[in-house]
Design a protein around this ligand. Structure first.
Ligand SMILES: [Zn+2]
Length: 190
């Protein structure tokens, strides 16, 4: 899964979280809090691939100071693509959130992004070692898409990205409070 598709997955996870808690009348107090939430989720959605310098973030300064040694020590799709890592990030997030008096959903934002990444890779290439380091086997969906290479026309990745984009737009629009179908009709008839 490419970085862009991972960010689309992260965005969707973020929107689902916000929408779900809106059902229970839990809404962020400030718009800035919501922006911060999505920025952290988007960063979290790229974080697991800091295990390789070949990823978008991992190849850049200052992140290659992490990706090179991590990749050398553990390899790609190991620790950072597991439930263990999600749990670690969640605990760190909650600890930090308590210290700075954040709402729980903001403290969970990084872990939500990481979880979206791990789930995304479950559907791509060789899958993910969900129970690493306890069980090193990689788990994947019974059909997997292949990650798009630069400049390649890759229908499976493009299709997944399109579905994600569409879901984001539908959920995002309905979150703002518009009737999705009314908006689609408006766009189509304009
Ligand atoms: Zn990955």
């Amino acid at each position: 899964m490419t970085a862009t598709t991972h960010q689309l997955t992260g965005m969707l996870f973020g929107l689902i979280t916000i929408t779900f808690f809106n059902l229970f009348s839990i809404t962020p107090e400030h718009g800035t809090e919501l922006i911060l939430f999505f920025l952290i989720v988007l960063f979290g959605s790229l974080l697991p691939d800091l295990d390789t310098p070949r990823s978008k973030l991992g190849g850049r300064f200052p992140f290659f100071f992490i990706s090179y040694p991590f990749n050398w020590l553990f390899g790609h799709r190991t620790w950072s693509h597991s439930f263990t890592f999600i749990a670690i990030v969640l605990v760190i997030g909650w600890g930090f959130g308590m210290a700075v008096d954040w709402e729980w959903y903001l403290s969970s934002a990084l872990a939500i992004g990481v979880a979206s990444h791990v789930l995304g890779d479950f559907f791509f290439d060789g899958g993910v070692p969900l129970f690493y380091p306890f069980i090193k086997r990689k788990y994947k969906f019974f059909v997997t898409a292949r990650t798009k290479r630069p400049g390649e026309l890759n229908i499976s990745e493009n299709l997944v990205a399109m579905i994600l984009l569409l879901s984001n737009v539908i959920l995002g629009v309905s979150h703002i409070g518009f009737d999705v179908w009314e908006v689609i009709l408006m766009v189509l008839t304009s």
